[in-house]
Ligand binder design. Sequence first.
Ligand code: PEP
Length: 255
Amino acid sequence: MNTPLIVGNWKMNGGLETNQRLLDDVRAGCSGLGRCDVAVCAPFVYLGQLQTLLTGSSVAVGAQDVSAHEGGAYTGEVSAAMLREFAIRYVIVGHSERRQHHGESDSVVASKARQALAVGITPIVCVGETLQEREAGRTEEVVRRQLAAVIHVNGHCISEIVLAYEPVWAIGTGRTAAAEQAQQVHAVLRAQLRAASAHSDRVRIVYGGSMNATNAAGLLAQPDIDGGLIGGASLKAADFLAIVAAGVGRASALR
Ligand code: PEP
């Protein structure tokens, strides 16, 4: 079984003072943790602060985006090599908010994953269907297409990614996919990864979409749900740590 992975996505939230309080609590709550990997993905400007405050802890630092380009005349962009300098371990690519508000295509997302992999940062590749697509019975087709683009560009390295299934209709809405509903899609994605690489069983497929302290254990009891990508609930230490505890519980139950 893969070590569970719980990742906080702060989105465009935070401030130097509130970050410090939150990180102190998360760091303390994760010390001496059982078998569960934990990371926090913060806005670019706070990555230096996270690097300082989390050094020597079991909590890894992640970013929320990376440029699809290696470097050069791309004003406002941040390259994977720059992230590497801040000891960034993970970077989210293809979050639905970026696909929706910044027009990121499947191929741009695949290039971002490639840039991250090239410098040894693990991309957390997000896939997921909109409500309209689910209601039209297109969930499988959509997530398979999104993942296929990443496999196409990163073929031999695909076993190095983390995959996040995030149904768009569940993100920030308080509406979570039922555990069995999420498991069904995770199983489809697992099969697609297996067909692409003999080493893909090491890829962690995490669920994101209104995961919280109450529903985390049920989701993490599913065979193919290896962890969570947590938005709103990652901004409160107690809620985030309760989800981390559910991750530890998964590791103990499946040992
Ligand atoms: C996310 O931002 O990836 C996310 C899953 O958000 P929330 O947990 O708030 O739905």
